[in-house]
Design a protein around this ligand. Structure first.
Ligand SMILES: [Zn+2]
Length: 129
């Protein structure tokens, strides 16, 4: 069991089961398994949908912006040359981010017990040590 949301999220981003970390999350690239092969966590309630794509686009945009500014300031590149560099780079970055983004979204949904996921984490420990 992850102790914190950050830990669960990190496991998802790395494509691991957010509950046990030992099992994988994906059958194919963006195809999640139906359940974790190690701890049998049911993964079918996940509803990541298009959300990972938005995350990947936003993150790519933020990473690309300084690069675009740098390229337009530092190099004598024409618009065609710039696009030839930036478009493939943006695509690669976006595609590379899709699976981690999806894993993160699934981990988030599991952690907060969204959709069909059962909120499994223990209630906050308020007792004195
Ligand atoms: Zn697991």
């Amino acid at each position: 069991m992850p102790a914190t949301f950050g830990q669960a999220l990190l496991r998802g981003i790395r494509g691991r089961c957010p509950r046990c970390e030992r099992g994988g999350l994906f059958r194919k690239w963006l195809k999640p398994l139906e359940r974790c092969p190690v701890c049998a966590l049911d993964l079918t309630p996940q509803r990541a949908d298009d959300f990972p794509a938005y995350i990947a686009m936003i993150v790519t945009g933020h990473l690309m912006a300084p690069l675009i500014i740098m390229l337009s300031l530092d190099f004598e590149l024409g618009p065609v040359a710039m696009m030839a560099i930036l478009v493939p780079l943006a695509l690669v970055m976006m595609l590379g981010m899709l699976q981690p983004a999806k894993g993160g979204v699934i981990a988030l949904q599991w952690w907060f017990g969204m959709h069909g996921f059962v909120k499994e984490r223990l209630p906050e420990d308020t007792s004195e040590p």
